[in-house]
Design a protein around this ligand. Structure first.
Ligand code: SF4
Length: 401
């Protein structure tokens, strides 16, 4: 008799079925996790990412191809720069780590670079954990090139691969992010630095899980090393970036993600997101999972065009932005908002409804469409030609009887 399946194995099987037969899983990277944490209310993204669905392929099959992602040129350039930074056993990278983060420590003359290869992501994560423990015990500088760490995301492990992790002589760990955007006169594009900090915060969280299993737990530094090309050259330069804020936000948002098990159980029987399915069937499968579209999705999720079209078609106010949505309280569609503004629906005591009516009144006054007060309309009757709308100023000028 086969042994009973554990809850984790059953979930993995369920996620594989959602992905589709013989469709390989797309690994979650820190960039995707940071984006997922930026929209924790979206069950659609949570289940698609959790099941390892290739969202770019899915968006293409739905007829709304994504323009989101890194270009092949940027990818190749980034890889070439990273190889340069890590040449000679990471000598330049370690020099930058010493200079920017730990100038009081001994110079990294004979740093260790342990071999981290193993079979499968679980094997690589275990090998990384062992290498980190050995590095702390050995003292001195150690560079871990493309280690693998795991983070629980909505009840399922996500395996993440930082560019590098440096172990300092005092046993502390630093995440290294290598990016191909330039650092001009010591500073880089704040938006790009922010995105890199959010990614690095995910790695910091994952490393803290590894550190917590050691006795005593080595500190994971909250200042990461961001390495970029210097000015317009191909020479590396670096900056220490404090990611405490991003780490706190990401941890809070990841904790808010609905558990994958709960989302998967609420799906109709036989739901599958394979891009091989006919578009109508695929659309029905995607629409069976609730989404929370916001304009921010356009720069963070491959399904953004599809979700935007659906959101607009449904008249959802979230397509106007999260801040607008927050201002409107319980009014969730454009139809509800207009009805409330016209006085056709909504509780007048509701501050959002009251504000909408006031705004509608002010607008009508400005455009001359405001309903006339009774006394004034009576007052102007003798001077107003039938069928002709009078300008508000001429109403003001009409004699009062
Ligand atoms: S684009 Fe759609 S699936 Fe992606 S995060 Fe936004 S709402 Fe969710």
């Amino acid at each position: 008799m086969p042994p009973p399946r554990t809850r984790g194995a059953a979930l993995r099987q369920q996620l594989a079925e959602l992905r589709g037969p013989d469709v390989p899983a797309k690994a979650l990277d820190a960039r995707a996790l940071a984006a997922l944490a930026a929209n924790p209310g979206c069950k659609r993204r949570a289940i698609l990412d959790g099941a390892g669905v290739n969202k770019a392929a899915l968006a293409g099959a739905l007829g709304s191809p994504s323009v989101f992602g890194q270009s092949q040129f940027a990818f190749t350039r980034g890889n070439a720069f990273e190889s340069r930074v890590k040449a000679d056993g990471g000598a330049e990278l370690l020099r930058l780590a010493h200079e920017k983060l730990d100038p009081g420590a001994e110079p990294p003359a004979r740093a260790r670079v342990p071999e981290l290869s193993a079979i499968g992501p679980e094997g690589r994560a275990a090998r990384t954990a062992l290498a980190l423990r050995e590095a702390v015990e050995a003292g001195g500088w150690t560079l871990l090139d493309h280690p693998m760490v795991a983070l629980d995301v909505a009840g399922s492990p996500a395996f993440l691969e930082p560019d590098a992790v440096v172990v300092h002589p005092d046993g502390s760990w630093t995440v290294v992010e290598i990016k191909s955007f330039p650092m001009l006169d010591g500073s880089a594009d704040p938006a790009k630095v922010g995105a890199a900090a959010r990614q690095a915060a995910v790695y910091v969280l994952a490393l803290e899980v590894v550190a917590a299993k050691l006795q005593p737990a080595p500190p994971v530094r909250h200042r990461i090393l961001l390495v970029c090309p210097k000015d317009f050259s191909n020479l590396p330069t670096a900056s220490a970036v404090d990611v405490r804020k991003q780490r706190a936000v990401t941890r809070r948002q990841l904790a808010r993600l609905t558990r994958l098990q709960d989302i998967a159980e609420a799906l109709p029987e036989g739901t599958c997101f394979s891009p091989e399915l006919p578009p109508a069937e695929l659309t029905a499968a995607v629409e069976s999972v609730p989404a929370t579209y916001a304009p921010e999705c356009l720069s963070a999720c491959e399904l953004a065009f599809h979700c935007r079209d659906r959101s607009r078609a449904a008249g959802a106010v979230t397509s106007l932005g999260r801040s607008v949505r927050a201002e409107l309280g319980g009014l969730s569609t454009v139809g509800d908002v207009l009805a409330a503004a016209r006085g056709e629906a909504g509780d007048p005591q509701d501050p959002a409804v009251a504000a909408l009516r006031r705004a509608a009144h002010l607008r009508a006054e400005a455009t001359g469409d405001a309903p006339e007060p009774r006394a004034r309309s009576e007052a102007r009757q003798p001077t107003e030609a039938p069928g002709r709308r009078q300008h508000p100023e001429s109403v003001e000028a009409a004699p009062c009887r």
